[in-house]
Design a protein around this ligand. Structure first.
Ligand code: ZN
Ligand code: ZN
Length: 343
């Protein structure tokens, strides 16, 4: 079968033929992948920017961690019927280390991630633990199902930021995670959601289609100037970052109210320069959000099922898996927002 794999550290990806995965063992299933999203981190792995060295010992590996499809074969002790439509939670815990045995798998020392440190969804078929499956309700097709992973990452950032009813929220970054954060902040009751990006026409168009019309282009004027013009000079209650660009955090703090929270959700290739005296005097709270918890997935599914079509504008391109590298290039050149590959 066809697969998009990272064979070795360094620039590039390989579109290659690989054997079908082995028959599923106890507690495992095969998932027939129907839709798999190209994530910003997949693009970074393609370019091999700093921050992904942890993958090196696990290569070669098939990428793809945002996917949905149906169960095509179930191993012993799985209790899931073939044909069940599912999304797949990428984090795999070992179940045997001290943390797992203590009931705190979040700190598992042998943790793996499907599509990063073990084979993922850029292939027709993938073998995964049955406990990583999330059944899709009828209202959510597998294309929307493949958005549950990035939307859960976004939802976690909003939960970490304690966004609440009536808040003015500033989202830094107009990509899929930024779009998801803006949607989740709105769902959490934010009064206003402002999204900032830089000369990012295609993604600004997606934001408008999602009903997120307060958009700031920092390529045109400084962030603070534009945000203050929108709010009438009032600082914002919460800033949520999904740029991966460290200077955006300093800029975001410049419009945050005293005691306000800024959540960092991007993966940054370099360190942050932070003027600490201003930071301390403003009692700003810098928090981090990464990955997701299983219960967040359930919350996102429940929210999505209420109005699934409202999320579909996030997907701008659909391509067969064989044209996957082209999809990566569309994402990399920021011509596309979410690219969905369909094996
Ligand atoms: Zn991702
Ligand atoms: Zn473990």
């Amino acid at each position: 079968m066809h697969a998009i794999r990272k064979l070795r550290p360094g620039f590039g990806l390989d579109s290659v033929d690989v054997p079908e995965p082995d028959t599923p063992g106890p507690g495992e299933v095969l998932v027939r992948v129907e839709n798999v999203g190209v994530c910003g981190s997949d693009v970074h792995i393609y370019e091999w920017t700093d921050g992904y060295d942890f993958m090196a010992p696990h290569l070669p590996a098939t990428l793809g961690h945002e996917f949905a499809g149906h169960v095509s074969a179930a191993g012993p002790n799985t209790e899931i019927a073939e044909g069940t439509r599912v999304a797949v939670v990428p984090t795999v815990f070992c179940g045997a280390c001290a943390s797992c045995r203590a009931g705190t798998p979040q700190t598992c020392t042998n943790r793996r991630a499907i599509g990063l440190t073990r084979d993922g969804g850029f292939a027709r078929s993938v073998r995964v633990p049955a406990r990583n499956l999330l059944r899709l309700p009828d209202a959510i097709d597998t294309e929307l199902g493949a958005l549950i992973e990035p939307l859960s990452v976004a939802a976690d950032a909003v939960l970490v930021g304690d966004v609440t009813i009536g808040d003015t929220v500033l989202v830094l970054g107009p990509g899929t995670i930024g779009q998801g954060i803006a949607l989740m902040a709105r769902a959490a009751g934010a009064g206003r959601v402002i999204v900032a990006g830089r000369a990012d026409g295609p993604r600004f168009d997606v934001l408008r289609k999602l009903g997120l019309t307060e958009i700031v282009d920092v390529g045109e004027a400084p962030l603070a100037e534009q945000v203050m013009a929108l709010t009438g000079g009032a600082p914002v209650d919460v800033v949520l970052e999904a740029t991966g660009h460290p200077p955006s955090i300093t800029e975001g703090l410049g419009v945050l109210k005293k005691g306000g929270v800024l959540v960092v959700a991007g993966i940054h290739p370099g360190p942050l320069t932070l003027p600490l005296t201003v930071f301390v005097r403003n009692r700003h709270q810098l928090r981090a959000s990464h990955s997701t918890e299983r219960r967040t997935w359930d919350r996102v599914v429940s929210l999505m099922a209420r109005d699934p079509e409202s999320f579909r504008p996030m997907i701008t391109h659909r391509l067969p898996l064989e044209r996957g590298i082209e999809g990566f290039e569309l994402a990399r050149q920021r011509v596309a927002s979410k690219v969905m590959l369909q094996p």
